[in-house]
Design a protein around this ligand. Sequence first.
Ligand code: FAD
Length: 503
Amino acid sequence: MIQKSERNDSPDAHQILAQSLKELADIKFALDQSTIVAITDQRGIINYVNDEFCRISKYSREELLGQDHRIVNSSYHSKDFIRDLWTTIASGKVWKGELRNRAKDGSIYWVDTTIVPFLTSEGKPYQYIAIRHDITQRKLAQEEISRQAALLDESHDAILVRELDETIVYWNRGAEVTYGWTAAEAIGKDARQLLFDDLPPEFEEARRELAETGQWRGELNQVTKDGRMIVVEGRWTLVRDDKNAPSQKLVVNTDITEEKRLQKELQHAAQLSLVGELAAGLAHEIKNPLAGIQGVVDILLRRRDANDPESEALRGVRNEVDRIDQIVRALLDRARPRVLATKPSSLTEVVRRAVNVARAQIFGGSEGGRIRVQFHPPDDPILLPIDAAQIEDAVLNLIINAIQASEDDGRVDVRIFRSPPDETADELDEVMIEVSDKGPGISEENLSRIFNPFFTTTKGGTGLGLPAVRRIVRAHSGRVGVKSVVGEGSTFTIHLPINNAEA
Ligand code: FAD
């Protein structure tokens, strides 16, 4: 800020004054040439403008003098912003800021502005000088970038811009949703560390291809902020600078995890139906010759004396043939999808039947005689429109698996409970049938495969039980969940939706 000097009439003072005035005139000339200048009185009334001001505002000098700056006000800045400008300069301090103004023809221009108050000897402003630079191009470019960024934010895809060393420099809203990291958290980080658990070998290959051809397209397994593994389809494009040198890469990633899951399920379904066809074919092919063998053995048995030593061997053959027949039937039963015959049934009764059959199997069998199957029925009966036989089959399957996984004196718990009613939740009410054991648990690797047809870790198991359980439950619009801790046990849960009208 500049203060008014005292008057001094000595000859030396005249010289100094003349020199100072010249210097001031030179400074003013230099300012006028390079900047937009306006001088106002303490109320803001304009009493000087330079040519640059007239050029940018498109007003003539005559139109501007005697007005205040509201003539160029574009109604963009808030009252608080203007109040801050005024309180700063009125208290004798310099104000700096960027102002958006409207020219006479309505066009918008931006000025980087410094307002310097000139103060009386009492420290009161008596005039203000505004010195400005035209920053319209930069501001319009910024506005355009913000507009484009807003458009990119509309996209559901994750859009990233990365330096060639993989530092993230742009992260759109879609990326925030896909990965869980906010732009503030992601920008400046190395994408290889942020988005991958272990960098797959394809990543380096993709970088090579991008350098050679300018683009790359492919799938990558990545990890989100909360540790979820996702599959993305990535499209990378090399961005070049004005000298055509590679500078950055634009990455557009689409989360295809769900699509992949559905694809896998379709493959499972196809595998299952193939199994069904194979089993039906097998049963057809085997059952006739089996019946033939059974008939011949029966004839041979009838022809022999009860004491004939060969009778014993023939009875053994007869038993083995019966066993093969049973296995073929069981395979056919498990693999062939059955039509759903639903009617309102008491879930407690259905599960109790499965528990009783399982208990009978324990006591009938040589192994697992001391394993206890504990049933915890719900307080109130639950009536659901289900195919009782199929649900019983599914529950029995889970209980038998749990028994097989348990130690000799182990215990299997079977519970039925209802999800607490929650009117705000999106999910429907459901009933859960839970079968848990305290066996060895299932490793994470096996957990992802246990519903695959033919996958089994049990000696003599067919690997068809769990796929069948899942098929039955899905046919009831439900789902099967599993939680397992190695060394502590496993819990399988059948979730069945409740149609409130019928529950
Ligand atoms: P106003 O009602 O004029 O002002 C808003 C608030 O500012 C008021 O509520 C009050 O708190 C405070 N205020 C206003 N006038 C005074 C005053 N005389 N003394 C103390 N406080 C006051 N505006 C632009 O839009 N673009 C510019 O380029 C620009 N350059 C300026 C350069 C100088 C040197 C000065 C002194 C002012 C400049 N202004 C500029 C501010 C301008 O004078 C107006 O205050 C502003 O345009 C807002 O007008 P308004 O009608 O929206 O609000």
